[in-house]
Write a protein that binds this ligand. Structure first.
Ligand code: PLP
Length: 451
């Protein structure tokens, strides 16, 4: 590590003096001091005191290739030397963004043809809201503008993406807008009652139909959801959910929009999470794994049908960001996608490392008194805390329990995440068996110590 100009406590004091951290009580954090991460390699991170952590969360679901990839670094450096900036405003473009699209659309199902690039997932969802509304406007249906999301869905922190998301506490902090609505999440463990997961899946999906009828199909533009829900308590919908949602959207001419920001680029063992669940969205929002988080980049991917309407009939679309399709980000994205493809990393997640992690977690926690279920596929998994496994009774203070577990993990050198009574892990897609063993062992220790 290069010599640092400050000690850890100096960094913490400066951090407290100048930063407001995301989703945390700042005052409480300032009393303890933030964890200052200074270096990463593979799945390992080191703090400013040289302590090692196993990163079980790929940063924030993004470092698909792990830390320290020389090829991504070289791609960025080359591009910085050649053309550090240009844009897609008005009538200009540049080679890297075109090459990126050529590669991206060779990896996506044929159904998709166009992209609008952004710098983040939040901006990708902002672009989604505007593009979807524009699409219906161009088709002569300007009143079709209500976007339906799901409670506890997360689509970002900008105003539109917050309104689209279903985090009540974010709405209360000045984050709600008109023309957004929400339906319940397909969370069988909590809301399934006596129903089988499959019967509950249909019931949960049918809520969309009721909501469309309540609002009037002529007013509903789109249904937007994560194929598997992430930040709002990781939830894998039960079998049958997505097929029913797809047929409801088709029946009422409502666009189906998948937020692939965390599910995209291999997380489930397929290139995109909607492929894992077997449905065909009209749009995809992407970010994070697109560049392995090495540099900010996101995007909105449109189906051929939507792109044709917007391009052939839409005329000028007044939407653009200075850094859309930034050449350095595009160069890193190309190197990242080539590595995922050429090193067959996603195939390995599907055939080897994914099943390895899923099996190990289910075995290790099968008889754990605190753990109600394990969900997940590929290299993403969630562990549900339960007070009584037989009746699926959840702890009243499950949030607090999960947070405690997360903190114990951190103290033991493991980075995992807690949300709403669930522990989440999403390690880099390059994780070895030994690293996955360490992830499972340390998670077990953290859960044991949480009891
Ligand atoms: N969509 C989903 C599903 C996410 O999980 C996130 C972030 O975690 C976002 C959108 C927002 O992405 P960003 O933080 O890059 O704005």
């Amino acid at each position: 590590m290069t010599a640092l100009p400050h000690t850890t406590s100096e960094y913490q004091a400066l951090d407290a003096a100048h930063h407001i951290h995301a989703f945390l009580d700042q005052k409480a954090l300032n009393e303890k001091g933030a964890l200052v991460i200074a270096k990463g390699q593979g799945l390992d991170l080191w703090d400013t005191d040289g302590r090692r952590y196993l990163d079980g969360m790929s940063g924030l679901w993004c470092t698909a290739l792990g830390y320290g990839r020389a090829d991504l670094n070289a791609a960025a450096t080359r591009q910085l030397e050649e053309l550090p900036y240009y844009n897609l405003f008005f009538h200009t473009t540049h080679p890297r963004v075109i090459e990126l699209s050529e590669l991206l659309f060779s990896l996506l199902p044929e159904h998709y043809s166009h992209a609008i690039y952004t710098n983040s997932g939040s901006e990708a969802n902002e672009a989604l809201i505007r593009t979807v509304r524009r699409y219906w406007q161009v088709l002569g249906k300007p009143q079709k503008k209500i976007m339906i999301g799901r409670w506890n869905g997360y689509h970002g922190s900008t105003l539109g993406s917050t309104a689209l998301g279903g985090m009540g506490f974010m709405h209360e902090m000045g984050g709600m807008l008109p023309d957004f609505a929400h339906i319940g999440e397909p969370y069988w463990y909590a809301h399934g009652g006596d129903l089988s997961p499959e019967a509950f899946a249909l019931q949960a999906a049918d809520e969309l139909e009721r909501k469309i009828l309540e609002l009037g199909a002529e007013n509903v533009a789109a249904f937007v959801a994560e194929p598997f829900q992430g930040a709002g308590g990781m939830i894998f919908p039960p079998e049958g959910y997505w097929a029913r949602i797809q047929s409801i959207c088709r029946k009422y001419d409502v666009l189906l929009c998948a937020d692939e920001v965390i599910g995209g680029f291999g997380r489930t063992g397929e290139w995109f999470a909607h492929q894992h669940f077997g449905f065909q969205p009209d749009t995809l929002t992407i970010a994070k794994g697109l560049t392995s988080g090495y540099i900010p980049m996101g995007g909105l991917v449109l189906s051929k049908r939507m792109a044709e309407v917007l391009v052939e009939q839409g005329g000028l679309f007044a939407h653009g960001l200075t850094y859309s399709g930034h050449p350095v980000a595009a160069a890193v994205a190309i190197a990242n996608l080539k590595a995922l493809r050429d090193e067959r990393i996603i195939e390995r997640v599907k055939q080897d490392s994914g099943p390895y992690l899923q099996k190990a977690l289910r075995e290790v926690f099968a008889d754990h008194p605190l753990v109600g279920e394990i969900q997940g596929a590929g290299l993403v998994a969630a562990l549900q805390f339960a007070e009584d496994k037989a009746s699926r009774k959840r702890f009243a203070n499950e949030d607090e329990i999960a947070w405690r577990c997360r903190c114990i993990g951190f103290d033991n050198g493991l980075i995992i995440r807690s949300t709403l009574g669930r522990m989440i892990m999403a390690p880099a897609l390059v994780a070895s068996h030994a690293e996955l063993d360490e992830l499972v062992d340390k998670t077990r220790q953290a859960v044991d110590q949480t009891a």
